[in-house]
Design a protein around this ligand. Structure first.
Ligand SMILES: Nc1ncnc2c1ncn2[C@@H]1O[C@H](COP(=O)(O)OP(=O)(O)OP(=O)(O)O)[C@@H](O)[C@H]1O
Ligand SMILES: [Mg+2]
Length: 335
């Protein structure tokens, strides 16, 4: 196991006039044994960052260190990492056992040792009874577990995951998420996990890196990111529905964006902000009220049991004062 340190990591694709800057200087100190999630919208550079750590992509500037060792010029096979991708191609003609053992055979690990490691990984992943099967005889979730098994048997210093759950249906994703957490508790291996799904990020991360267009917007625990977002980007990316961001709300100073989460607004008889209700959605345990304060959109979350306003109504809502966030309207940074 090892820590992982990124210092001013920069990536440009292409050269000459065709240069495409993609990562603009990322700094992160990841502790030994930490589970880190990298989250951000499509194209923000998550896979690029991961592939640079893996050594599959050259870095343009900065350093990447695994433990004390700078690995910038080290080939992937010598970095002591294991990677699980979204498209975890298994060898179709090999059994589950052989799929998991393959990398170790290539590395000339002794037969007894291979068997011991595969059996242990199979036990952790509950694949013991499937070792003789071929991939086509497995469900999607089971195949995904074999791909993880293949990474585990390598006993790497660092695990890298690139959206490994995206091909699974919602229920299986939730289940596999719990398995990954369990796995991390048992093995304690430093992990970098990429996703564009903020719920996955919130539930899996010990700390998370929120990326936007090649920049690290925030690096913190899920609580920190949720309760003290560093920018309007983070505020609107993390949390569903997103934080309300208002530039002209009563009480907002010019040049300031006021932020309030839908669950931190209370409906009151009068006073507060007058909201014109446009739509009301029932989501089971709660309702979302969509409306307008002046010309700006506002979402209010209320409990399913509370009286529901109707479209066309005017309601009054009061933001909980200690839950208000303020951002610079120009830069979007938290004030
Ligand atoms: N080989 C390449 N040449 C030029 N640009 C590239 C290359 N590979 C990726 N890019 C660009 O780099 C940016 C980051 O890509 P990357 O694959 O890291 O995004 P991502 O955050 O993983 O997105 P997604 O969630 O869609 O997987 C994108 O704008 C992409 O178009
Ligand atoms: Mg990607």
């Amino acid at each position: 196991m090892a820590s992982l340190t990124l210092t001013n990591v920069v990536k440009h694709y292409g050269s000459g006039k065709q240069i495409v800057p993609v990562i603009h200087g990322v700094n992160a100190e990841i502790r030994d044994g930490e589970f880190i999630v990298i989250v951000g919208p499509s194209g923000c550079g998550k896979s690029t960052l991961l592939r640079m750590v893996a050594g599959l992509e050259e870095i343009t500037g900065g350093t990447i260190a695994i433990g004390e060792r700078v690995v910038n010029n080290l080939e992937p096979a010598r970095r002591d990492i294991a990677m699980v991708f979204q498209n975890y191609a298994l060898y179709p003609h090999m059994s589950v056992f052989d799929n998991m053992a393959y990398g170790l055979k290539i590395a000339k690990v002794a037969k007894d040792e291979i068997k011991a490691r595969v059996d242990k990984a199979a036990k952790i992943l509950e694949l013991g009874h499937l070792l003789e099967r071929k991939p086509r005889q497995l469900s999607g979730g089971q195949r995904q577990r074999v791909a993880m098994g293949r990474a585990i048997v390598r006993q790497p210093q660092v695990f890298l995951f690139d959206e490994p759950l995206s091909n699974l249906d919602a229920k299986l994703r939730a289940q596999t998420r719990i398995e990954i957490q369990k796995l991390h508790r048992e093995l304690g291996i430093t992990s970098l996990f990429v996703t564009h799904d903020q719920v996955e990020a919130m539930t899996l991360a010990q700390r998370m890196i929120v990326m936007n267009a090649g920049n690290m917007e925030q690096f913190g625990t899920p609580e920190e990111v949720y309760h003290t977002p560093a920018s309007t980007f983070v505020a609107s990316f993390i949390g569903s529905p997103p934080m309300n961001l208002l530039n002209h709300a009563p009480g907002a100073q010019t040049g300031t964006t006021l932020g309030i989460r839908p669950e931190h607004l209370d409906i009151t008889a009068d006073g507060g902000w007058a909201v014109q209700v446009e739509t009301v959605e029932l989501l089971g345990a709660e309702r979302l009220v969509y409306g307008r304060v002046g010309d700006e959109q506002l979402i209010v979350r209320i409990e399913e049991g509370a009286p529901a306003p109707q479209p066309g109504d005017t309601i009054h809502v009061t933001p909980r004062a200690h839950r208000l966030h303020t951002f610079d309207a120009g830069t979007g940074k938290r004030l």
